[in-house]
Design a protein around this ligand. Structure first.
Ligand SMILES: *Cc1c(COP(=O)(O)O)cnc(C)c1O
Length: 469
């Protein structure tokens, strides 16, 4: 064994202790670590011939690399839809690295890590109030969950014409209907060979809505003259967290032949709360659902899962089967995750979620969800009270979409935001909503409190003064 490696091995406990200390220093100080910074490094570092060993590497990380990193898991990072990580989720994540399993199957790799994944999916179905008619698995993010789901949908579409697209390629025009798809679903259409422009946009409801107009959906369906199609629907659009009407879509499902996919990356968690679960009423009728865990479930990146109805397992295997490896046996009899999703080798991604669910239970997550929604409303009220802002859409859930009041000021929104973000106390994302430039704040982090909102409003006042607004 290389002598530096041998040294590290002998010193393992001490090294991990130091890494833990580095982590604790970050976590204990997270409220003071900026949400943005402009630190840079010269990335042309030479690879040293002789290794430094873990302790010295850690020292270099601390000095050179850590300053590049921001408190994106802290309480005032409201950009995109960015979750944090709870203590239990970090424990699970660390142990997933320590145990370093290749999570694939039951019994065939000598280990049974897939059982942990089955159990975690079973816990998630209970959290979300979904039936056991779904099979699920973990992927890196909602993008890959959409990819997995839409991959099976594509195979289903071919099957309607007795075609096997996975084997022979796409030979029919695939009909896709959607109202407000997330950009990642559009990317999936490109990856899946369907084409990122090859979908039909259905109208959204009148007024300040991003949800699908079900009457227009039915009009579009009729134009297809009985051809099958794939519907990509939303449980939580990113700008205004709007939800399609799943009960109405369920009724259409009785009348027409389509694959129904729901992207509920963050909005799916509305199901956890008695107060908000009506937003997803009827969603159990979908063929596939996407949910992110690294957003509202507050586990570290990369974590999301897909749910696909059990009845489609054959189609899923047709899509993802690693068919060139005969030693894997019959994919239906010997269930193996590598036959039902994009990756072959994969980490035990379920473990951080398992720890979180067991540690905090249904009530813990209900509190996180309801607190986030309350904070979004509190921030919205504070913005209106301040006087210089207006909401671009009602606050339906955890996202606040707003802009500077008055048409003449609207143009200044982007520079206002970048000045605000540069101050490092809060981070929000620019957006465009109904042709207006806006700002989006998304509340998903378990650490955020009303004090954080007071800090942010004070910061916004300072920047407003700089702008003489
Ligand atoms: C965030 C998000 C995605 C993409 O998720 P990643 O985890 O970044 O891959 C997809 N759909 C919706 C609605 C999202 O909010």
């Amino acid at each position: 064994m290389n002598s530096i490696l041998q040294n590290d091995l002998n010193n393992f406990e001490n090294i991990l202790e130091k890494a833990k200390q580095q982590g604790i220093n970050f976590l204990n100080n997270i409220e003071n670590i900026p949400t943005s910074n402009k630190t840079a490094i010269d990335t042309k570092r030479n690879l040293n011939a002789l290794g430094l060993g873990s302790e010295k590497a850690l020292q270099e990380f601390k000095e050179r690399l850590a300053p590049l990193l921001v408190s994106s898991s802290g309480p005032r990072y409201w950009g995109f839809v960015t979750g944090g990580s709870t203590p239990a989720s970090i424990v699970g994540d660390w142990l997933a690295s320590v145990y370093d399993q290749n999570a694939q199957s039951v019994n065939s790799q000598g280990g049974n890590s897939a059982l942990i994944e089955f159990e975690t999916i079973h816990l998630l179905l209970q959290l979300l109030g979904l039936p056991e008619t779904f099979l699920g698995g973990f992927v890196t993010g909602a993008t890959m969950s959409n990819f997995t789901s839409l991959g099976v949908a594509r195979q289903w579409f071919g099957k309607q014409f007795e075609k096997d697209f996975a084997k022979n390629g796409i030979s029919e025009t695939i009909n896709i209907l959607t109202a407000t798809p997330h950009s990642s679903s559009v990317k999936c259409l490109s990856l899946l060979g369907i084409g990122s422009q090859n979908y039909r946009i259905v109208k959204t409801l009148e007024g300040n809505r991003e949800a699908i107009d079900v009457l227009d959906l039915e009009e579009n369906i009729k134009k297809l003259n009985g051809e099958p199609f794939i519907l990509i629907s939303s449980a939580g659009t990113v700008n205004t967290a709007d939800f399609d009407d799943f009960e109405a879509i369920s009724e259409l499902k009785q009348k027409y032949n389509f694959w129904w996919h729901i992207d509920g990356a963050f909005g799916g968690f509305a199901a956890v709360s008695e107060k908000y679960k009506n937003l997803v009423k009827g969603w159990e009728g979908a063929d596939s659902i996407t949910i992110d865990c690294h957003k509202w479930l507050n586990v570290p990146y990369e974590s999301a899962f897909y749910l696909v109805k059990k009845e489609h397992l054959n189609l899923q295997i047709d899509t993802f089967q690693n068919s060139n490896a005969p030693y894997l046996g019959n994919a239906l009899e010997n269930f193996n995750y590598l036959n039902v999703l994009p990756e072959n080798s994969r980490r035990l991604r379920a473990l951080p979620v398992w720890f979180s669910l067991v540690a905090y239970g249904k009530e813990g997550f209900c509190d996180i969800i309801e607190d986030s929604i309350e904070l979004a409303q509190h921030f919205g009220n504070a913005l209106i009270e301040e006087g210089s802002f207006e909401l671009l859409a009602p606050i339906r859930l955890n996202n606040v979409c707003f802009t500077l009041k008055g048409n003449e000021n609207q143009e200044k929104t982007a520079s206002f935001l970048s000045n605000l973000n540069d101050r490092g106390k809060v981070f929000m994302t620019p957006t465009v909503y109904q042709n207006k430039k806006g700002i989006r704040a998304s509340f998903v982090n378990w650490r955020t409190t009303k004090e954080d909102i007071a800090i942010v409003i004070a910061e916004m006042k300072i920047v407003l003064q700089d702008f003489k607004l």
